[in-house]
Design a protein around this ligand. Sequence first.
Ligand SMILES: *[C@@H]1O[C@H](CO)[C@@H](O)[C@H](O)[C@H]1NC(C)=O
Ligand SMILES: *[C@@H]1O[C@H](CO)[C@@H](O)[C@H](O)[C@H]1NC(C)=O
Ligand SMILES: *[C@@H]1O[C@H](CO)[C@@H](O)[C@H](O)[C@H]1NC(C)=O
Length: 421
Amino acid sequence: MTRMNFDKIVFFSVVIIMWVLAVLGLIAYTVNGDTALELKELQEEFFQWKLKESPLFATTIGEYKYDDIVQDLSLAHLDQRKVIVDGFIEKLKRIDRTLLPRKTRYSYDIFLDTLQTFVDGYKWKYHGNLNPMSSLEGFQTDPSLILKISPFNTKGDFENFISRLLLYPKQIDQVIIRFSEAITLKNTLHNVSIIAVPDQLAKLIVDDPKKSIYFAPFKDQVHKLDVKNATQDELIKRGAEAIKLYIESISKLKKFLETKYIPNTRQSYGVDGWRDGQDYYKACLKWHLTTDMTPREVHQKGLEEVKRIKEEMFKIMKEKEGITDSIAGFSKILMNRPSLKFNTADELLAEYNKLIHDVIYPKLPEYFKDIPDYKVIVEPEKYDGPAGQYFIGTEDGSRPGIFQVNLLRPNETYVRFFTII
Ligand SMILES: *[C@@H]1O[C@H](CO)[C@@H](O)[C@H](O)[C@H]1NC(C)=O
Ligand SMILES: *[C@@H]1O[C@H](CO)[C@@H](O)[C@H](O)[C@H]1NC(C)=O
Ligand SMILES: *[C@@H]1O[C@H](CO)[C@@H](O)[C@H](O)[C@H]1NC(C)=O
């Protein structure tokens, strides 16, 4: 073979290889397209199922399809959910991951991990699930939430709201069944987590349904509907009746907590007091940290970090303020420094607004690409709850994100103090 021929062969080989690759690429592209679409459709199906599972969440994000239903908290539903998620895993495994474009494989993996995590957690269905309310969780923490997120623009919106009000007593019965099962299995909360709930519920119990917070739309908005007066009157009447039943069931729940549940709360602060508590704790740790570190390793890591951070703090305390004794003493000095304190709720609210809009927002492009054009507003928390909590806005921007802050004790809120550390 002459050198010339050799070159020619190489040339043709390269052309053929390129041609074969192009054809293969085309096939691969088509297959990828179908497979990626299949994955996308399955994810969409899963998302729709999740919305139906958590109808209030759906309303929160502006998806109003399920505004007439409430979450099913029956014990049987825990098993039904497992069957459904198993079905999703089966369908997902039928999608050939190797045919997906590289980026979409991450999406596949995260999806599978989400589903698998749910199925792995099924083993613990009678632990956390049995205690669906606490001082920080449940409809009673912010009863105005449903009024804020639900639309009241049409007769249908009112019908949906009445439908939900009528379903709540059934949901409360399901809550009581869960709590009762927790008592039977000795998997209750410690009293510190729930002791405030009866008082929170008491605020919702009024003698006349027309005085209830849930009656507000029937007072303010029903008259704006483009329907006959008689229809408005009928909606008001049915609304009041539904609220009356709801209040009765809230009273029942309050009594149950006071007389049955709270006397049976667990003695230990941690879930290690529950049956298989040590293993449950490990499972929770894995869920939160997504690592297999043991509780002892995490604890050790915590101690090391505290030591490291303390050393840094001592260095700064000494350099900036000439203080060498305790961190607690240093904190006290800072907390009492007038420039770091607030005197009124208005001042504190203004500080949160300034931090979000003037400090954090301008910094976002340094850390994130494709920043969505969503608004966030700050408003006072409706009850004496945590220092702050966030409610997501709607995707179309029709309702902004809401950051609710506790303004009840401005002189004990150390926002400036925390931002400097
Ligand atoms: C319907 O109610 C409005 C006030 O809400 C009133 O002005 C109007 O006269 C009423 N119409 C009839 C037919 O009663
Ligand atoms: C809460 O539980 C602790 C024991 O863990 C007990 O000492 C305390 O009295 C309980 N408080 C109430 C209000 O039941
Ligand atoms: C904050 O103000 C309240 C009422 O004005 C007062 O009782 C409380 O002691 C104050 N707290 C601090 C840390 O100054």
